[in-house]
Design a protein. Structure first.
Length: 163
């Protein structure tokens, strides 16, 4: 198994674990609240934290597979003009890097603010909530930069039909 396949399997396993823990936590909390008039106070915080991590792991996985929003009709219309398509592809990647940098800067500011505070119930550092946004933005920017340097063709991961 190569490194890419191992990373994919690990990321999917982490997402699955986040989802499984969230479902179990919320289910048990609902049963306890409605069946026994009690509950688990940490359930909400844990579910929120795991959901944020799961979303950003998924967003990071979606980028190299071309699963993010794409302007397929624009790319399809430029198929017969390879030089223009190459320039548009480079521009798209530069914009992805810039957008990722903005997200990373904002996430880093939130991480710094959260380092000094803790969650109310579980007591984990509040920096754990914006941290996946920082990591995801950095990973997506790095992938876009590698694609830009390699001048890789735009791979949307699906057909170029207008969606």
């Amino acid at each position: 198994m190569n490194a890419r396949a191992l990373l994919l399997r690990t990321a999917y396993a982490l997402m699955g674990a986040c989802l499984a823990i969230m479902v179990l936590s919320v289910f048990v909390n609902v049963v306890l609240r409605y069946g026994f008039n009690s509950g688990i106070p940490a359930s909400e915080e844990l579910s929120r934290l795991l959901f944020v991590w799961m979303v950003f792991i998924g967003a990071t996985l979606a980028y190299p597979q071309g699963e993010h929003m794409a302007f397929t009709s624009l790319v399809a219309s430029l198929q017969r003009r390879p030089r223009i398509l190459k320039a548009v592809t480079a521009l798209i990647r530069v914009l992805v890097i810039l957008a990722s940098a903005l997200v990373a800067i904002g996430a880093w500011q939130q991480v710094r603010v959260g380092m000094d505070s803790r969650s109310v119930v579980l007591g984990y550092p509040a920096a754990l909530l914006p941290l996946p946004a920082l990591l995801s933005a950095a990973a997506i920017a790095l992938m876009a930069l590698v694609e830009l340097v390699r001048q890789a063709p735009l791979d949307l991961g699906h057909s170029l039909d207008a969606e």
